[in-house]
Every structure is written in structure tokens, then in C-alpha cells.
Design a protein around this ligand. Structure first.
Ligand SMILES: Cc1cc2nc3c(=O)[nH]c(=O)nc-3n(C[C@H](O)[C@H](O)[C@H](O)COP(=O)(O)O)c2cc1C
Ligand code: SF4
Ligand code: SF4
Length: 435
């Protein structure tokens, strides 16, 4: 069986699955249950200064459901921990003592003030915790008070606070980034410049989950009013994965240890984040929706995948996908693909024909010899992948790359296997070599 153990910034854990800082890690009782279920580590729910913050006493969560009522997106207006600091610190110390082989990282958020950070770090060190995560990400409530994403949106603040933390603690410092920015490379570079040992991302995305059309209020609402929240769950995974990729391939941050967060629900999601360069992955919504025992499926699924592929350790495939992420202008414009419909599994629902007819390139015939039959017309197909995306039977439509020597029936050009991108394309007035 593959070895799932990780060493992230010197913090050991038996598997890469950490619970993200959130309700699942808010209390000793939860964290004990999580470790008993098999989680490799936790990032404790964000601690702040006393007196503790106060949460609303109304709905603080909202969901976006798929047609089968599975939660595909999750929204919250919860603040950081609302329990006294010393209560949390005592619990962290007890949990770490009883689970020495698990990672216990403590998330922190205090005002942008060196003394406040120093005091907090000293108290956290005394618990025996393995590391700290600086919460520069929460987009609601705390940001109005100048913390959370209010810090994460200003690279200079990120760098400054990270420097203070590196000065005042011997623990590894992970900087957790907000996705509510234009270009994630700038905050990531600031974290590195400040000396961060690692970066975790993403925190939640600004969101309003819906409108109650009977009451004409935003939803959920407390006493008739609502406030934007933070969005997470499966729907945010592509956004998180892109941000991880951007940091992993940016020359200024490449190689910085990454902890991937955002929509991780299955072992496959986790494997994708690891292939995109992450050393550990963090999970919140999936644990809140399915309970702690999902970690057992996550571990066995990831282990089976690694066994199948011949990967002995996570490092054997960590970051493997990063070199394949390029700017658009580097893509090979000479490469040609066509969709192929496999008649043996086609149920003749006709969806591919409708979408290609209405919104793509009218490249799927719906009849043959007067009978219902779906087949791709290579002379029109641009290889867009829309039909693959909407076909209800997995594997029934696949894409086939034309091989050198084959003629593209749409353009009449013979594929010659050469590479040419937009930077040299004759249609590009700015192409290299063009005066
Ligand atoms: C109810 C709730 C509370 C959260 N509280 C915190 C928090 O206190 N500190 C923090 O850094 N992130 C917090 N998060 C963000 C998560 O740690 C995580 O970054 C985000 O949910 C994305 O992961 P997911 O898609 O697996 O949920 C919270 C998320 C939720 C849903
Ligand atoms: S969408 Fe898929 S199953 Fe439906 S007709 Fe097209 S190929 Fe067949
Ligand atoms: S790949 Fe695009 S253009 Fe080609 S058949 Fe499918 S939907 Fe139509």
C-alpha cells in the first residue's frame, strides 16, 4: 500500500488530509473525533483576542444544491472562534499531547499590530502546537474590523505581519490567502517576501447565496437582513486549483510549500491539488456535509490510485501537472482534435446534437438513412469539447487528436505535428518578428 505520510514544513502527519480552520476544528470534542476517524491533521478554528467575537443567533449558513440536493456550494457568515482564548489554548494543548503523531496547526487573526501578534504567538507556542496559519482570508465581519481579507488584499500588510510572525515565533508560519483579489500572485509573493514557510489557499469567496422571493430579502437573513458571506464547497474547486497553479508556476513563488483548500470532497480532488504542487490538502465543507468518516474514503481512494499508478509516496507525483499549465499564447494552434461518438453506448438522447446545433458549430448529425443516429461531422467540428461536457453517458463521446499526415476535414490542412502558437501566428499583428 502506498505511503500517504507527509512532512509539510517539518510538520509530520500520517496522511495529507487536514481539516481546514472552521467549525469542524472549533472544539476539542470535534478534533478528538476527527483524529479518531483518521484525519492526518487540523488547522484549529481561528483564534482571536479576548473578549471573543459574537456570532449572529440566526442562520449563518446557506447552501447551493444540485438537482439531487447534494450541496455543491456552501455559504457562511460565521466569524472566527467565539470562545475565550484560554479555553481554546488549553484544549489545543490537551489534544496535541494525546495525538502526538497528528498535525495541529493553529489559525490566528489579531489586529495589524506587532505586539498583538507577539503576545498571541507566545501563548500558542506554549500549547505545543506544530505551527501557525495566519488567517488573511475571512471576507466577512472580521474584514470590516481591518482583519482577515482586509489584510490579505494588501500585499504590504501581508508581508509586514508575516515578518512580525517570523520574528516572534520559532513555529512554521503558513499564510492563508483570500481569493477575493485580482491576481493571487501578488499576495503570494508578499507572503514569501515576508518569510512565510508555506502558503495555504483558498479561504472563502464573497457571495450572496440567494434571495427569498416570498419575503423579498436576501437569504439567509437574520431578522430580515443579511450580509455577504464566504463561498466554499465543490463549486469553488476550479477557482482554488487555478490559484494554486498560478502560485506553483510563478517563478517568484515556485517551490513554496502549498496547502491546497477549496472544494476538496473526493480523493480525486485531493490528488489533483497534489499533482498541482500541494504538500497537504485541507477540507471543510465536505466534512460539514458528510461527517468526519469521509477521511477513510479519502485515504483509501488516494492509496488505491497511487498503487495503480505505481506511486510509492506523495512526492512521486506532487507537482507533476504544474509544467503543463501555460499562458494561452503558448498553446499549440497546429494541434487538431475531433469529437467521436461511440455508438455502442449512445442512448440517442440527442443532447449533443441540440447543443452543438444551437451554441457550437452544427457538427453533429441527428439522423442517418432516415433513422435517429448521432454522429460527428468532422468537416464542421472544431473540437470544442461541449458535447463531451454535456453527454449524460460518460465515455460515450471522446476526443481524438489527428495524427501527422491526417487532413483536417474542416480546414483542408494536413497535420504535420509541428508546434506554432499565437506569438508567431500570421493573424497576430503583434507576432514576434513583425515590425
Ligand atoms: C462555516 C465556516 C467557517 C469558517 N471559518 C474559518 C475560520 O475561522 N478561519 C479560516 O481560516 N477559514 C475559515 N473558513 C474557511 C475554510 O477554512 C476553507 O478555507 C473554505 O471553506 C474552503 O474550503 P472548503 O471548500 O473545503 O470548505 C470557514 C468556512 C466555513 C464554511
Ligand atoms: S449526448 Fe451522448 S448519449 Fe446523447 S445522443 Fe449524444 S452521444 Fe448519444
Ligand atoms: S466538439 Fe464541439 S464542434 Fe465538435 S461536435 Fe462536439 S460540440 Fe460540436
Amino acid at each position: 500500500m502506498a505511503d500517504l505520510s507527509t512532512n509539510f514544513l517539518g510538520i509530520q502527519s500520517p496522511n495529507p488530509f487536514w481539516l481546514a480552520s472552521a467549525p469542524p476544528t472549533d472544539k476539542e470534542v470535534n478534533v478528538r473525533r476527527a483524529f479518531e476517524a483518521g484525519w492526518g491533521g487540523v488547522v484549529w478554528k481561528t483564534l482571536g483576542e479576548d473578549p471573543p467575537v459574537v456570532n449572529v443567533n440566526g442562520p449563518r449558513y446557506g447552501a447551493l444544491w444540485g438537482p439531487d440536493r447534494r450541496v455543491i456550494g456552501f455559504n457562511n457568515i460565521e466569524l472566527i472562534t467565539d470562545r475565550p482564548l484560554q479555553v481554546n489554548l488549553d484544549e489545543i494543548a490537551r489534544v496535541k499531547r494525546d495525538f502526538p503523531d497528528r498535525a495541529v496547526v493553529v489559525s490566528l487573526m489579531v489586529p495589524v499590530n506587532e505586539l498583538a501578534w507577539r503576545n498571541m504567538l507566545t501563548r500558542v507556542e506554549d500549547t505545543g502546537a506544530d505551527g501557525v496559519e495566519l488567517n488573511f482570508g475571512c471576507p466577512h465581519g472580521m474584514s470590516e474590523r481591518g482583519m482577515g481579507s482586509a489584510v490579505g488584499q494588501v500585499p504590504e500588510y501581508i508581508q509586514q505581519v508575516t515578518e512580525w510572525c517570523k520574528t516572534h515565533t520559532r513555529l512554521p508560519v503558513i499564510v492563508k490567502l483570500t481569493p477575493n483579489i485580482t491576481d493571487v500572485r501578488f499576495p503570494a509573493r508578499a507572503a514569501r517576501a515576508g518569510g512565510a514557510d508555506g502558503i495555504s489557499l483558498i479561504n472563502t469567496i464573497n457571495s450572496v447565496i440567494g434571495v427569498d422571493l416570498d419575503r423579498m430579502t436576501m437569504s439567509p437573513a437574520t431578522d430580515g437582513w443579511g450580509s455577504h458571506g464566504g463561498y466554499c464547497g465543490p463549486a469553488v474547486k476550479p477557482i482554488a486549483l487555478n490559484m494554486v497553479a498560478e502560485i506553483a508556476r510563478d517563478p517568484d513563488t515556485a517551490g513554496v510549500p502549498l496547502s491546497g483548500i477549496g472544494g476538496i470532497t473526493t480523493w480525486r480532488d485531493a490528488a489533483e491539488f497534489i499533482a498541482m504542487g500541494c504538500g497537504t490538502v485541507q477540507v471543510c465543507t465536505a466534512a460539514m456535509v458528510y461527517g468526519f468518516k469521509i477521511v477513510q474514503d479519502l485515504c483509501s481512494g488516494l492509496g488505491n490510485f497511487m498503487d495503480d499508478k505505481g506511486y510509492r509516496t506523495l512526492d512521486d507525483f506532487r507537482g507533476r501537472a504544474v509544467p503543463t499549465v501555460k499562458n494561452w499564447n503558448q498553446l499549440n494552434l497546429n494541434h487538431v482534435e475531433k469529437a467521436v461518438i461511440h455508438q455502442d453506448t449512445c442512448i440517442q438522447c440527442g443532447r449533443c446534437h441540440v447543443v452543438c446545433e444551437d451554441t457550437s458549430h452544427q457538427a453533429i448529425w441527428a439522423t442517418k438513412d432516415g433513422k435517429r443516429h448521432f454522429e460527428v461531422n468532422d468537416a464542421e467540428c472544431v473540437g470544442c469539447n461541449l458535447c463531451v461536457s454535456i453527454c449524460p453517458v460518460p465515455g460515450t463521446i471522446t476526443m481524438r487528436a489527428l495524427q501527422p499526415g491526417e487532413t483536417d476535414a474542416r480546414t483542408g490542412r494536413v497535420v504535420d505535428g509541428s508546434y506554432a502558437n499565437w506569438t508567431t501566428h500570421p493573424n497576430n499583428p503583434m507576432r514576434s518578428g513583425c515590425a
